[in-house]
Design a protein around this ligand. Structure first.
Ligand SMILES: Nc1ncnc2c1ncn2[C@@H]1O[C@H](COP(=O)(O)OP(=O)(O)OP(=O)(O)O)[C@@H](O)[C@H]1O
Ligand SMILES: [Mg+2]
Length: 158
């Protein structure tokens, strides 16, 4: 299919790699004729998801984090995947202000930011196996005329 592209990166769950992940996702996204605001939103969302892998999934141990980005036309999907401890109750974990690490000064707002800055966020997780956070965003709204935007918005992600 035309206008498709994919990228997969795997890196160590070290805090310094959070910046690497943000920049890699942003670089992939800029192929979609983005606005600066969209790139900033994506960077924030990726940063929150990767930080969760480092802090919660692997609890400071160095393991692998995978990021899988794909696009179809102006639609962008980003999966952030770990093989860490997993999440027992995903619905609860996604509630604003819910955190299992209040003693580490976490505020429980990571998933809330991901949902605010992306169009959709889905979380699949299995205790003891790991977590996949899938974030979707339609890119380039800022450059579309009204007709294009309505057409794009009417289409489903599939
Ligand atoms: N990849 C993950 N693996 C295991 N548990 C996770 C993962 N991501 C999130 N969680 C759980 O979901 C909770 C909520 O995550 P969220 O990012 O919203 O808040 P937080 O990380 O606790 O705080 P903040 O992001 O504001 O620093 C976490 O406290 C943790 O228990
Ligand atoms: Mg978090």
């Amino acid at each position: 299919m035309e206008n498709t592209n994919e990228m997969k990166i795997i890196f160590d769950s070290r805090p310094e790699n959070e910046g690497l992940a943000r920049v890699a996702a942003a670089a992939f996204c800029t192929q979609l004729n983005t606005t600066l605001e969209e790139v900033a939103d994506l960077k924030t969302a990726v940063s929150e998801a990767v930080t969760n892998c480092i802090i919660h999934a692997y609890e400071g141990q160095v393991q692998k984090i995978e990021i899988f980005c794909r696009r179809e036309g102006q639609k962008l999907w980003v999966d952030v995947i770990d093989k860490g401890v997993g999440i027992r109750d995903v619905a609860k974990a996604m509630e604003p202000l819910f955190t299992t690490k209040p003693e580490k000064d976490r505020s429980g707002m990571g998933f809330t930011f991901m949902e605010a800055f992306m169009d959709e966020v889905e979380v699949e997780s299995k205790v003891g196996c790991g977590t996949c956070v899938t974030m979707k965003k339609r890119i380039g709204r800022g450059y579309m005329n009204k007709e294009q935007e309505e057409k794009e918005t009417a289409e489903s992600y599939g």
